[in-house]
Design a protein around this ligand. Structure first.
Ligand code: GLN
Length: 319
């Protein structure tokens, strides 16, 4: 297939940048002190194609905490190393329709408490914490290395924990600790709760920039092989399954609205990052810290929607 013209792609992201540059709606995440003080003027967009081209505009090289976008790469790691059945049977993959931090996500189908399959989704906190508890490794540090190595392979270079973010979250993650213990009480957590929350908090605390997000997404667009380094990070079935789960819950309780408007699997994080994937073609990464009520970057969503429309990228569209 003929690849999309570089001139068109660059022009489109520049238009998206100019169009929403002055939007000031939304607020930084305020429940994690580090994120509250992010510079909300920063705004960057990047696209990486499956043939390895990189496009960028604005603050696309500015690092920010990955937060919930990391959930897709930890899911990919567990799916790839342990198979689909483990996630299907031990976490679940149905849309929850609930906010990211919902405790109700643990309680759905509560007539079947402790039963199987559990009601979770790996892209909301409860299911992401359950997924983190499945990561294999003898010690917490070895499990963390597995998670970070996979994320780094997706990005094509070594990523690093931002220790200030990690400390800030560890001091304020009581809600996630409660979710972990609740999961444990129903037999839906598969490792020690405090170690699992620690691992989950680390996975939220590594830094990325918009180019990293676009590269990581392009690896999924490319069936699990990084189009820059040519490393096969996960197999093609794993990659397709991650994209499917992104469509169910990538933007939490507004995932349906997102899919309806944009027609692309996406994943957001309260750090202000968002990634959207056009399977077989490219991925878009955006950074802007102001969030809507669901915890999704306001300008990130606007930019992706504009770009998807301009490039005719909706996966449900016939042409
Ligand atoms: N670390 C954050 C939390 O668990 C991530 C949430 C998010 O990005 N939606 O609360």
């Amino acid at each position: 297939p003929q690849s999309m013209s570089s001139t068109v792609i660059q022009k489109t992201i520049e238009q998206a940048y100019d169009k929403y540059r002055s939007v000031t709606e939304g607020k930084n995440a305020n429940y994690i002190p580090y994120l509250a003080k992010a510079d909300s003027k920063l705004y960057g967009i990047a696209i990486v194609t499956v043939d390895g081209r990189i496009f960028r505009v604005g603050d696309a090289g500015h690092p920010f905490p990955v937060e919930s976008v990391s959930k897709i790469f930890t899911l990919a790691d567990v799916l790839h190393k342990q198979g689909a059945q483990n996630i299907l049977g031990k976490v679940g993959v149905n849309a929850t329709g609930l906010p990211f931090n919902s405790v109700l996500a643990v309680e759905l189908n509560n007539d079947k408490l402790g039963g199987s399959p559990p009601p979770g989704n790996p892209l909301v906190n409860a299911g992401a914490i359950a997924t983190a508890s499945l990561v294999q490794g003898k010690t917490l540090d070895m499990r963390w290395k597995s998670v970070l190595d996979t994320a780094s392979a997706f990005a094509g270079h070594q990523l690093h924990l931002n220790d200030d973010v990690y400390q800030s979250e560890m001091a304020s993650n009581q809600h996630n600790q409660a979710i972990a213990v609740l999961l444990q009480s129903y037999g839906h957590l598969y490792a020690d709760p405090s170690e699992t929350v620690d691992l989950y908090t680390r996975e939220c605390s590594y830094d990325v920039d918009a180019v990293d997000l676009a590269t990581m997404g392009a690896t999924l667009a490319n069936g699990g092989t990084n189009p820059r380094t040519h490393q096969t990070v996960v197999d093609a079935p794993t990659s397709a399954r991650v994209l499917a789960v992104m469509a169910t819950a990538g933007l939490y309780n507004t995932s349906g609205e997102w899919l309806f408007k944009v027609g692309l699997p996406g994943k957001s994080g309260v750090g202000g990052g968002i990634v959207a994937v056009v399977p077989g073609k490219l991925a878009i990464g955006v950074y802007s810290s102001r969030l809507d009520d669901a915890g999704n970057s306001v300008r990130g969503q606007l930019a992706v929607q504009f770009i998807a429309e301009s490039l005719g990228a909706n996966i449900f569209s016939a042409q």
